[in-house]
Design a protein around this ligand. Structure first.
Ligand code: 13P
Ligand code: SF4
Length: 361
């Protein structure tokens, strides 16, 4: 049973800060077919020339996902991106995603050059977990094990005992709970509450949310379920509890894709970023995917159910970054070494427990 819930940051204040980031985020212009082809061919050449691998998240543009796979790179969830980056033999990693993904790659592979299409692609969870407040929060509870979501800055990771992604968070907290450890969880309060509910662990929650997943609404979902009574509901655990309660499968992006493939249902209502539909349609071409409804007066999504920062990754900025070596991720060595420990702890846990994270739904 959970002891207490503490909210350290004000969600309203977070939303105002997040809005500032959103207002300054520049979305890439649409390209015509000829330009697209030019950049695709040029990126392929540059990847070869620089012995570079393109590592993309499922929420990025379908063209980048296809390019990653067709050039021997990877499209995956946060955990797979981190593992692939660490294990592949490229000299350069081009990480198409949001900043914490590039930072995790650099933390785990200091010898590699890590580039990103843009360094402005952030995450509302990262923004809402500033190190000063987070560190004071941890200092106030020295008896607790600090578990942070991968969607955090390197400096927050360095302050933690464990880093986890959505695909492994539940197992890690189950393991810690079985050892009687009390936990601080940050930053995503929905994922934290979900883990708390599933494990019964004693968890203090940080109060931040993903601006994309937070917008999924249970009321709209109930109405949609009546229209598609045979559809399975698949949800990312960053969605609110009222949405998760209605879900048939709750999991990371890879786990959601896997469920689309393995469940017998022919239609699915999906509560996560719609960039994932590209891969879902590839793995289950005969099935139907419907985006879960988003609504709400104070909706902060620029485009509903699509991460505005993931959307900043495009062909042109990928090409420019590879060509000029721009947008390189650099992390101070002392910080990197500290941040590496909790990340490695997660990767060792996955390996030691032989968890088939990739195939798990
Ligand atoms: P996954 O690790 O499930 O891909 O999630 C990353 C993320 O940012 C979801 O919003
Ligand atoms: Fe962050 Fe949400 Fe975007 Fe994922 S979808 S990167 S959690 S803002």
């Amino acid at each position: 049973m959970a002891e207490t819930k503490e909210a350290i940051s004000s969600l309203a204040a977070d939303k105002a800060i997040v809005k500032q980031y959103l207002d300054s985020a520049e979305l890439p212009p649409e390209l015509d077919n000829a330009d697209q082809q030019y950049y695709i061919v040029s990126i392929k050449d540059l990847l070869l020339e620089k012995n570079a691998a393109l590592v993309a998240h499922y929420y990025t543009d379908a063209i980048l996902q296809d390019l990653a796979e067709s050039t021997g790179g990877l499209v995956g969830d946060s955990l797979e991106m981190a593992r692939f980056g660490r294990d592949c033999e490229a000299d350069t990693l081009m990480v198409a995603g949001v900043r914490f993904m590039g930072e995790s790659a650099k933390i785990l592979s200091p010898e590699k050059t890590v580039l990103m299409p843009t360094l402005d692609a952030t995450c509302s969870l990262d923004i809402a977990c500033p190190i000063e407040q987070f560190s004071s929060f941890c200092d106030a509870h020295p008896d607790r094990t600090i578990v942070v979501y991968a969607n955090t800055s390197a400096v927050v990771k360095a302050r933690s005992d464990w880093v986890v992604t959505s695909s492994i968070a539940l197992e890690v907290v189950e393991h810690l709970n079985a050892q009687g450890e009390k936990i601080i969880w940050a930053p995503d309060r929905h994922l934290g509450a979900y883990i708390q509910k599933q494990t019964g662990a004693d968890i203090l929650l940080w109060d931040a949310a993903c601006i994309v997943h937070e917008e999924f609404k249970a009321r709209g979902l109930q109405a949609m379920r009546k229209v598609y009574p045979d559809a399975a509901i698949l949800a990312h655990p960053e969605a609110p509890d009222s949405v998760l309660e209605m879900a048939d499968v709750i999991g990371s992006t890879t786990q959601i894709i896997n469920a689309a493939k393995t469940l017998d249902n022919v239609s699915f209502i999906v509560a996560t970023d719609q960039g994932i539909f590209h891969k879902m349609q590839q793995v289950a071409p005969d099935k139907e995917f419907i985006i879960a409804p988003t609504a709400g007066e104070d909706a902060t999504c620029r485009s509903c159910a699509h991460c505005p920062w993931m959307a900043m990754n495009a062909l042109k900025n990928t090409y420019q970054s590879l060509l000029y070596g721009s947008n390189e991720i650099r992390i101070d060595t002392t910080l990197r070494e500290k941040a590496m420990l909790p990340l490695q702890r997660m990767l060792h846990f996955v390996a030691e427990n032989k968890l088939k994270v990739k195939g798990k739904a």
